[in-house]
Structure formats: C-alpha cells, structure tokens
Design a protein around this ligand. Structure first.
Ligand code: C5P
Length: 314
C-alpha cells in the first residue's frame, strides 16, 4: 500500500468568547474559526511496526502526548476496522508511520496539534478504507479534543459548547492575514486557568453577519478574544505585536485562540507583505520572490511572521 501525503491547515479565531466554567471542567465558549493557508505536511506510511511518529521539529513530542499518535491509536482500536484484516500478522492495519513536517508554530493558538490529529484520523480512515461515516469521524474527533471536529470540516464556522458543536458559515470571504508568532508558546490549560470569568462577554452576532455578507471592514472592527486582557497583562510583548500590526496598517488585529500568535487582517496581498516587513528589523527579505503561500519569514529575531490567506474550504 502506498503512502498518503496530506496538508494539515491551521486556523485563527476571528472571535472567541469564554462564557463560563462547565461541570466537566471545560469552559463553555462561542468562537468563530477560519482555516488559513498555513499548513503542516503529514505523510502516512503503512507499516508493520505499530504506531511511529517522526517529525522535523525538535520540540514536538513523538510519543502518546502527540494527538496524531492518539488519533492513530483510537482508530486502530476502533470497532470499525474491517474484521478480515484485523489481527492478521503482517497486515497493514498493524501500524503506521506518521511523519509531520511542521510549519505551524507550536503553542501559537493556531490549532496545529488539533489539525494534525484530525488530518490523521481522516487520512488513516481513507488510507485503510475504514468504513466510517462523517458522523463516526466527528465522534472520534470529539474524544480527542474540542477543536478537532472543526478541522475535519475546515472553512469558517461558529463553534459552541466546548468548541465541538459546529455551525458552518456560508460564503466566507477569503482575505489576507499577517500572523505573528512571538517566539514562545502559551499553554491552553494555563490560559484558561488565568481567565477572569467575571468580565462580561460580547455577542458574536455582528461579526457572524459581517462574515456572511463579506463585509471585511466590519469583520476587522469586530474581532474579539476573551483571552486578550489577561494574556496582554501577563505577556506585554503580545500587546505590542497587536499594536504594531494596527499601526502599520492592518484593518483589525487580535490574539488567536489563547495565544501566543496575533494576526492582522489586511486589505490585500501587497499590504500584508508590507505590514509583515515591519516585523523584519534587519532582515533582508526578498519579497518579490515570495509568490506562493504561505510566505513564512524566520530570521534573526525570534518572531515567525506568516503572510497568508483564509481558505473557503480544505
Ligand atoms: O479539548 P482540548 O484537549 O483541546 O483542551 C485542552 C485544555 O484546554 C483542556 O484540558 C482544558 O483545560 C482547556 N479547555 C477548556 N475549555 C474548552 C476547551 C479547552 O477549559 N472549551
């Protein structure tokens, strides 16, 4: 059986409101997520040696802490495996090698880990022709994490509950973004623990309507994120990034997820490249050569700066 090479896309949150704590320990949220054209590459190769994860990134765990490992384990254990091939010695269902070429910054609020998990769930069920309906895949995705269901579908969606209940948003407008990862990760559980839940939350109604109408300036002016206040207080560097995005011409800017990345919405591709170049300091970026997406700048400062677009579908 051949290998399968897949793109595992990241996301940004155009709005994210934490409504309160739930009895199960999670938080009730309302969030608008949109897929961005920044992706990790995942190669699945059937193997006879169990589940093995490899990556080109030095800080990514390759054991069971990695969601791709958990996704593969869940699928291999699931009752959906065709019984014919289930325990036969040497059969392809005995294992898979998963290689992750990592480009989405880790702990950046861009959903890289969840996206990788969802991509592997879907990819393995295709590769091994496991007869799973979309509903079955959604159930498995929910078990692995709150954001995984979104990554099975992609596009733009309003997510509620703990993030797993999705309503797709129609006709979302593709637009240009500059995403700035400040060089350090933020742990999501830690960020949730820090939140002040007494702060009143905002409605996402106008944002959602503006997305569906393709009204970019209203989208940009209605970006919001419950984590900003506490994260900007604890990590002032993040506030500076947001302010710089705005002062260099972004139409709107926000923290993504629980951080650490901030993104700015830009008028067009040229303005996105111009705004990105302000984070370059002494770097000599050859912008004219950067024609394909995403444009990723990694240089002498710790920032990773990405110029990309939102994606209507994956
Ligand atoms: O669901 P997931 O495993 O991605 O969540 C990671 C952690 O983030 C949870 O263990 C929890 O601490 C926090 N979380 C939360 N409420 C949510 C989503 C995540 O408290 N709606």
């Amino acid at each position: 059986m051949k290998s399968l090479t897949l793109k595992s896309y990241g996301k940004v949150n155009l709005g994210l409101q934490v409504l309160g704590k739930r009895k199960d320990g999670y938080h009730e949220i309302e969030t608008v997520l949109t897929t961005v054209d920044l992706y990790d590459e995942i190669i699945l190769t059937p193997s006879r040696e169990g589940i093995r994860v490899r990556t080109d990134h030095p800080n990514l765990p390759t054991d069971e802490r990695n969601l791709v490992y958990q996704a593969a384990r869940l699928l291999f254990k699931s009752p959906y495996l065709p019984p014919l091939s289930k325990g036969r010695k040497g059969d392809f269902h005995e294992g898979v090698e998963i290689f992750i070429r990592k480009r989405i910054p880790i702990g950046g609020g861009l959903g890289g880990g969840s996206s990788n998990g969802a991509t592997v769930l879907k990819g393995l069920s295709d590769l091994f022709q496991i007869p799973l309906s979309n509903g079955d895949l959604m159930e498995l995705a929910k078990e692995l994490g709150s954001d995984l269901p979104f990554f099975l579908k992609g596009g733009t969606a309003l997510a509620t509950g703990r993030g797993e209940t999705l309503q797709s948003l129609s006709h979302p407008l593709p637009f240009w973004l500059v995403i700035v990862y400040p060089g350090f990760p933020i742990s999501t559980p830690w960020a949730y623990r820090k939140l002040d839940l007494t702060i009143p939350h905002q409605s996402l109604k106008i944002l959602v309507e503006a997305i569906e109408k393709g009204d970019l300036s209203t989208v940009a002016s209605k970006l919001n994120n419950s984590f900003e206040e506490v994260m900007f207080r604890d990590c002032p560097a993040l506030k500076v990034v947001k302010e710089r995005l705005l002062c260099h011409g972004a139409l709107g800017a926000s923290l993504s997820g629980s951080g650490s990345s901030c993104f700015g919405i830009c008028e067009d591709g040229d303005s996105a490249l111009r705004i990105a170049s302000h984070f370059g300091n002494n770097r000599k970026w050859k912008l004219e050569r950067m024609r394909s997406l995403p444009v990723i700048f990694e240089g002498d400062s710790e920032f990773i700066v990405v110029v990309t677009k939102t994606l209507r579908e994956v």
